[in-house]
Design a protein around this ligand. Structure first.
Ligand code: PB1
Length: 324
């Protein structure tokens, strides 16, 4: 029987009723907070294009880890900013690489805080690409796999809890899985940036990490924004190669991909609420055009509703404060 027997507004009448029947909820434990660790000593430098986000040196990590732990954040995602870069991105896989050193420091100070390490070469290469280049300036896929495998082992030895390859090389999950297993780390999971698009939404990150390609772009290895079926194929390949968690990235403009991935795969599914999405919210809020708290919680709820179990977001600390 339709109206007036059925009145959907009955369940919206009070905050308590709306809370009771809410289908999608947020919790700080679902958040992963990305941080930028710089090799530069005693540094806490705000990133101009990402207000409220900082390049932090090792000395400043403990305070941030305290706050993340107190707020019940699910974990940290570590990005490195080395003092020196070279064509082969050595800092990504040397024992004293900045992310490796940050892992060691955080494991000493906060042993229970989950550490996810982003594995890629772009922050460490002088040319800014995500791998080793050939004479024509194209990324050499299979040679790069060897470097990524070394990086995964270096991160594992430094105490990483999850390895997250963001390079988009073909076959990288299998190569990393084999390298970890061969080095006694068969217990460490891989969170694959499985469906990662060549997106304009990464601009502020490249500003923060100094990882803008010196020439060309990432379209020969990151996915074309026009492709949805291809994302499923990428995810299927990563599952076959041994991924333990899958990620869709960016988030807001790719909720359709997220929803289809949720429909197809049972693995834990992460979404990356990237730097450009963060910067847009901050800019609009600073201009008084949007209610920041409401739009952040609405955005994160949308990503959860679309199927994400895990939300990688620069809003993590603020959102956790608003939620608690
Ligand atoms: O927040 C962001 O924009 C994340 C950017 C992301 C980090 N994994 C990549 C951006 C890029 O392609 O430059 C880094 C690629 N390894």
């Amino acid at each position: 029987m339709p109206f007036p027997s059925h009145r959907p507004r009955r369940l919206r009448r009070t905050p308590a009723l709306r809370r009771l029947v809410r289908e999608t909820t947020l919790s700080p434990s679902q958040f992963i907070y990305p941080i930028f660790v710089t090799e530069e000593a005693d540094t806490r430098r705000e990133i101009s294009s990402m207000p409220g986000q900082f390049q932090l040196s090792l000395e400043h990590l403990s305070l941030l880890a305290d706050r993340a732990s107190e707020l019940g954040i699910g974990g940290l995602l570590l990005f490195g900013i080395p003092l020196e870069k070279d064509p082969l991105g050595t800092g990504a896989y040397t024992e004293d690489g900045i992310v490796q050193r940050a892992c060691e420091a955080l494991k000493r100070s906060h042993p229970d805080l989950l550490l996810v390490t982003d594995l890629c070469l772009c922050e460490y290469t002088s040319h800014g690409h995500c791998g080793e280049l050939d004479e024509a300036g194209c990324v050499r896929n299979d040679e790069t796999l060897k470097l990524l495998a070394k990086g995964a082992v270096a991160q594992a030895r430094a105490g990483a809890d999850v390895i997250a390859p963001s390079d988009m090389m073909d076959g990288r999950v299998g190569a990393i899985r084999r390298a970890l297993d061969d080095d006694g780390f068969s217990h460490l999971p891989i969170m694959s940036y499985a469906a990662k698009y060549a997106s304009a939404f990464y601009g502020p990150f490249r500003d923060a990490a100094g990882s803008t390609p010196q020439f060309g772009d990432r379209q020969a290895y990151q996915m074309d924004p026009g492709n949805a079926r291809e994302a499923i194929r990428e995810m299927e390949l990563d599952v076959e190669e041994g991924a333990d968690m899958l990620m869709v990235k960016p988030g807001l403009a790719y909720l359709d991909i997220l929803h289809e991935a949720r429909r197809r795969f049972d693995l834990p599914l992460a979404v990356y609420n990237v730097s450009g999405e963060y910067a847009m919210v901050k800019a609009a809020a600073r201009n008084g055009w949007l209610d920041e708290r409401r739009i952040v919680l609405e955005t994160l709820t949308a990503m959860r509703r679309a199927g994400a179990d895990i939300l990688i977001t620069y809003h993590a600390l603020e959102a956790a404060e608003w939620l608690t």
